[in-house]
Design a binder for this molecule. Structure first.
Ligand code: AMP
Length: 407
């Protein structure tokens, strides 16, 4: 099936056109700076000419029109009619407690995504705008929502409850939800496929290290704990997000610096993490380069980043009473031998040994084992492909909705 996968941010629309029968990406692209004076539009057809232009795109609906115009342009030869696209898959960040799986979008689902606005004020509103814009442009085909939180629905109560009065969970659903679910799911399935091991008796730790970063413990194929929490702010140190901290710091800061709630929100989400620690950059490539030139604060930022990863890995080995394999994925996890090595340093007590030669030169884009043959725990680099998971789920649900009047 030909599936259009849409991922909307507050001022961006990312898209992939995927043929699920061959698991092949036909075209990807991005419309950025929506609503600004000049928006940036990129299209990257597979095997074709990549383009980057600027123009004015006022809203998400215009962005979707721009994408459809490009895909339909006879010169680009990607599709010949809108009806070539059989369904649209939407990445939705927060599904709350309601969505344990991907769903066909109807009025009730739209209302439920809106209800979760409070839980993900940065993500769910643009996700919903994206769905509305895509439905306007492609009204006659199924639209499916795939949630970042869904894979973590298997977390047991002891992992998802916080140590606060239980009525706050009951009344406001304050609990750990976890994110990057499609990525953790995808790389774990790639591991089972590659090694032939059964999900049922395998313990994995998957490290999604990108601009946003999270670690998940997967036992028996199910997520049993994960580092992000009520929102994607907690857990590891990230590009601009703080990750875990003592909540008392907030009271202290609000008093000392007379910060408003909006200021605190911006401080922790946009000015912290690697950017805040280094005072230089949120991008790991820049930090590695400056650290190698002797910048002490960039080095410290890398140290804190890797130390946090190591701590989470250790704690998830304890949670699962063992670990068969650790998997690195996403921008940093797939591309940085240095970060992989530093995160697993001095863990020989746990039987983790990285093979430096394999770690330093994995084939880009390939699944690769980077642990030594003696390592008790395997270590793998596995490229993620969240869009493919969304496309496959969407195809499955769209086909079922076609066949059954009850889905
Ligand atoms: P993502 O959010 O998955 O796109 O990942 C973005 C992050 O990956 C940024 O911090 C990039 O600096 C980082 N990244 C990409 N390539 C490399 C590389 N070769 N070495 C280190 N970090 C990288």
């Amino acid at each position: 099936m030909l599936i259009l996968v849409i991922n909307c941010g507050s001022s961006s629309v990312k898209y992939n056109l995927i043929d699920t029968s061959e698991e092949k990406n036909l075209c990807r692209g991005l419309v950025e700076r929506i609503g600004a004076v000049t928006s940036i539009v990129k299209h990257e057809p597979e095997g074709g000419r990549h383009t980057k232009n600027t123009r004015t795109i006022a809203n998400h609906s215009e962005a979707l029109q721009e994408i459809m115009n490009y895909l339909l342009d006879t010169e680009n030869k990607i599709i010949s009619s809108p009806s070539d696209i059989e369904a649209v898959g939407h990445r939705v960040v927060h599904g709350g407690e309601m969505f344990k799986d991907s769903v066909l979008i109807d009025e009730d689902v739209l209302a439920a995504i809106e209800q979760a606005f409070d839980l993900a004020p940065l993500h769910n509103p643009p996700n919903l705008r994206g769905i509305q814009a895509a439905k306007k442009n492609l009204p006659d085909i199924p639209h499916v929502a795939v949630f970042d939180t869904a894979f973590h629905h298997s977390l047991p109560n002891k992992a998802f409850l916080y140590g606060i009065p239980n009525r706050l969970y009951r009344r406001y659903k304050i609990r750990k939800y976890g994110f990057h679910g499609t990525s953790h799911y995808f790389v774990s399935r790639q591991y089972y496929k590659k090694t032939g091991k059964k999900a049922g008796n395998t313990k994995l730790i998957t490290c999604h290290l990108g601009n946003g970063a999270s670690i998940t413990a997967i036992d028996g194929g199910k997520s049993i704990d994960t580092s992000m929490g009520f929102t994607p702010l907690s857990g590891l140190v990230m590009g601009t997000r703080s990750g875990d901290l003592d909540p008392s710091i907030l009271f202290y800061l609000i008093e000392k610096e007379e910060l408003s709630l909006a200021n605190v929100h911006a401080l922790l989400n946009r000015h912290s993490g690697l950017l805040g620690l280094s005072g230089y950059a949120s991008d790991m490539r820049d930090l590695i380069e400056e650290a190698s030139n002797g910048d002490r604060r960039c080095q410290q930022a890398i140290d804190v980043f890797c130390y946090k990863i190591k701590q989470y890995i250790g704690s998830y080995i304890a949670s699962m009473n063992g670990c068969d394999a650790i998997i690195f994925t996403a921008g940093i996890g797939e591309n940085s031998p240095l970060i992989r090595k530093r995160s697993l340093e001095e863990m020989s007590y746990l039987g983790i040994e990285v093979d430096d030669t394999k770690n330093d030169s994995p084939d880009r884009g390939a699944i690769q084992k980077i642990s030594t043959d003696n390592s008790k725990t395997e270590v793998y680099v596995i490229p993620t492909n969240e869009e493919l998971v969304i496309a496959i789920d969407t195809a499955k649900i769209a086909q079922a909705s076609d066949q059954s009047p009850w889905v």
